[in-house]
Design a protein around this ligand. Sequence first.
Ligand code: NAG
Ligand code: NAG
Ligand code: NAG
Length: 367
Amino acid sequence: MRGGGKASGLLRLQLISLSSVLFCRIGLSTTPPPNPTENPSLQNAFVALQAWKKVITSDPKNVTGSWVGTDVCSYQGVFCSPPPDAKFGKVVSGIGLNHAQLAGVFPMELGLLTYIAIFHVNSNYFQGTIPSSFSSLTLLFELDVSNNLLAGGFPSVVLEMTSIKYLDIRFNHFEGPLPGGLFGMPLDAIFVNDNNFDGIIPSNLGDSSVSVANFANNQFQGAIPNSIGKMATTLNEILFINNKFSGCIPQPVASLNQLNVLDVGTNKLSGLLSDSIGLLKDLSILNVANNFLTGIIPSSICSLPNLTNFTCSNNYFINVSPTCLSLPSAGVIFDDIGNCIPNQPLPRLLKQCLTFLLQPLSCLLTI
Ligand SMILES: *[C@@H]1O[C@H](CO)[C@@H](O)[C@H](O)[C@H]1NC(C)=O
Ligand SMILES: *[C@@H]1O[C@H](CO)[C@@H](O)[C@H](O)[C@H]1NC(C)=O
Ligand SMILES: *[C@@H]1O[C@H](CO)[C@@H](O)[C@H](O)[C@H]1NC(C)=O
């Protein structure tokens, strides 16, 4: 039985913890260790953090130099507070080791930090992946392992961590597809950008409750799912920039009436830029540059009250509304260079425009 296996594993760790504490006491500790029967949670934290220290291979800032003795609450980067269940006086409630320049891995024993709400280790050199024992971190709210050297498929243990609101695994070396289960989680933010993820975005994207989703700078392909329109009451920012998305910009995007940022730049999107995007009253940043879009750059978009940067360069647009051309004089960034618009600066070559525009209009363009 899986649950039983996990439990006995933890028990074994607790026994190890007991012996290492006794050992420590005889050896070098000057402060008396917490009584294990009074606060097993701090005992477990001690085991977890010593196991972690053991697999840290580089620590130029000597962060773990303070990780000695059993008073784990005095360790650098380790935070304690009273637990929500009031079972103990205090527990380890957070790990804050951003920019610590640590190298190593995350050991299984970190699953013993069952009271942590925050695990922030961004901008280090951690390798490997997120261990399965993280499923024991049932209070974890923010998981930020961004800007490390983590690799392998999407860390599937994340799908079992139902208390997470903020998931940040960007700037690592993760690869392969995203699981559909990701969008069934009650998350507020998903950052998976700047990895090597590929495959399609699962069609249930729209089930996600996030306000921010960043898929940028991966190798995603296929269509942006139509279900995106279901995120109308929650979504503020979504970024797809620099992937290989194809097809048209899905029409249901026009119902995302809380949207501030839409970035689909540098993909292989085709078809028209619908003037219904001009319904997105809160839209501030719109980037559709470097795609295969054509038709007219709609005035409805250029009339949006909160627009600050509308970039539509390097497409095959054939006309632009005067409303758009007057945006810069109102302090709004508007960039439409590299299109097929007569009398605009730096257009595409006439030959390129003709070849492209002679094809039938389609969402299935293969270029
Ligand atoms: C690392 O920090 C510990 C505790 O702060 C200190 O005792 C030790 O001398 C330091 N080591 C180095 C190499 O600076
Ligand atoms: C525009 O921005 C302002 C301030 O940044 C904000 O209060 C407002 O709700 C936004 N939306 C619209 C439609 O003006
Ligand atoms: C406007 O948006 C484009 C596309 O995202 C970006 O490259 C550019 O830096 C932005 N301009 C400013 C001033 O933010």
